[in-house]
Design a protein around this ligand. Structure first.
Ligand SMILES: Nc1nc2c(ncn2[C@@H]2O[C@H](COP(=O)(O)OP(=O)(O)OP(=O)(O)O)[C@@H](O)[C@H]2O)c(=O)[nH]1
Ligand SMILES: [Mg+2]
Length: 434
């Protein structure tokens, strides 16, 4: 029996949310995170009957909260007629077990909520495998809890021995499932790497759209291409990267990839699980970081995205920051202060189309500085050109042949005019200047 099966038995679909903070100055962030957790519950399809931020200076090993505070909380949840208690903080398997035993409620944490949403939304094989793996790893230390539940439901001393035996069997089964999933994922990932390599051979630069969940990434890709990707006012609408070819205003082709959104406190095993998917971000020539300007939490969300990008070692990539949904920003003063704090960023609305042209122009500029692999035959007497190539390109091979110098290098797009007559393998994209 898996924990998810056990949840299905639970008819109660109403939750009480709890945020925990240590110092007074952490209260505001705790409240914001609780609001976000409420949106996550909505995405998951669970009613929220109430929420509470609790100051707890000394976490207890047993309940996380002190006994008095925990008692009060259980009481609040029951009064609100909630059957599920959702913690915004991470709780250990034993704390979870203790609280469930004490309160009779189902107790889960933010990590489990995100895992649940991911498993509801995953459609492709790769996403399913990734989530199954994260889920199995999450469930493993919690199997004892599932068995506890069952023995409580059925009662009896015999149940205990049987439960323990079954628990051991289950544990072995989950472990072998984890290793099987890892193998399958490895296979899918190597197929993806091959596809990416093939794509890379084509002379088309690529960019990835990244950002906090619900910022408008899929809507942007839909707007720039005629892609028909689900754009939804729910968190984590996109779990799989979708790549589309677009032609910019200067006739430059570009491969644009929409990626999974980030979120604060993204469970680490999910970052790990999605690393392969997010590799699209790592191999991109540049990034478009979409920020929802209309969200009061926009700057925090931007920070989170930077943090995840750093974890993926993509933090130093060339990036266009695009503040989206400016049509929805309530106060003009907010927009004005964002504009003055971020003068080099794009301000746009995918909905109204405002700012999209500027975004395209910025993309053209970045592409001009993108490097492309090219093979050249340079005549011996073009010392000037060789000097330029040495200055501006990454040279992979340089060989003196009978009548020319053979050069295999990565050249910036804006050098095309200087070298176009000497290209033997036209891997450079067709660019005009922007
Ligand atoms: N008002 C307004 N709404 C927008 C704009 N751009 C996107 N939206 C809405 O914002 C919601 C989220 O858009 P998505 O494109 O799904 O966001 P996403 O970043 O792909 O979200 P995830 O896939 O969940 O990470 C949708 O309801 C869009 O219609 C905009 O410029 N203005
Ligand atoms: Mg999306």
């Amino acid at each position: 029996m898996s924990i998810s099966d056990e949840k299905k038995l639970d008819k109660d679909n109403t939750a009480f949310l709890v945020g925990v903070y240590k110092k007074n100055d952490e209260k505001e962030e705790c409240d914001q995170l609780l609001e976000e957790l409420e949106e996550l519950m909505d995405t998951m399809g669970v009613e929220v009957a109430g929420k509470k931020a609790i100051r707890n200076q000394k976490p207890s090993a047993r309940f996380l909260l002190t006994s008095g505070k925990a008692e009060e909380l259980f009481h609040n949840a029951m009064e609100a007629q909630a059957g599920i208690l959702v913690f915004d903080a991470d709780i250990s398997p034993s704390q979870q077990r203790n609280m469930e035993r004490e309160s009779g409620l189902t107790v889960i944490d933010r990590r489990e909520v995100i895992l649940e949403i991911f498993s509801q939304r995953a459609t492709t094989r790769e996403a399913r495998l990734q989530i199954d793996l994260a889920r199995s790893e999450y469930d493993l230390p919690r199997l004892a809890r599932a068995w506890n539940h069952l023995s409580r439901q059925r009662g009896g001393a015999n149940m205990k021995g049987e439960g323990e035996r079954q628990f051991e069997l289950d544990r072995r089964m989950v472990r072998s499932r984890i290793s099987q999933l890892q193998k399958e994922l490895e296979k899918v990932r190597s197929q993806r790497a091959t596809q990416r390599k093939q794509r890379r051979k084509k002379p088309v630069p690529n960019a990835a759209i990244v950002g906090y969940t619900n910022a408008g990434k899929s809507s942007l890709l839909n707007c720039l291409t005629d892609a028909d990707i689900l754009a939804d006012d729910k968190l984590f609408a996109t779990l799989d990267p979708t790549t589309r070819r677009i032609t910019l205003s200067n006739n430059q082709d570009l491969l644009l990839t929409d990626t999974v959104g980030f979120i604060r406190k993204l469970p680490h095993d999910l970052v790990e699980a999605f690393k392969a998917t997010l590799e699209e971000t790592v191999v991109a020539d540049f990034l478009i970081h979409v920020v929802d300007a209309s969200d009061p939490d926009a700057l925090q969300q931007m920070e989170t995205t930077f943090k995840v990008l750093n974890e993926l070692e993509a933090g130093t990539k060339k990036t266009i920051i695009a503040f989206n949904k400016i049509d929805q920003v309530e106060h003009t003063a907010t927009l004005a202060s964002l504009r003055s704090a971020y003068p080099d960023c794009i301000f746009m609305s995918v909905k109204s189309g405002q700012g999209i042209e500027q975004l395209q122009e910025r993309m053209c500029e970045l592409i001009e500085h993108t490097l492309f692999d090219v093979e050249l035959h340079i005549p011996f007497d073009r010392f000037d050109l060789m000097a330029l190539i040495h200055r501006q390109c990454h040279i992979h091979v340089e060989k003196y042949e009978d009548d020319f110098i053979y050069v295999n290098c990565s050249a910036p797009t804006d050098m095309k005019n200087e070298i176009k007559d000497y290209i033997i393998n036209d891997t450079l994209p067709n660019t005009n200047s922007c």
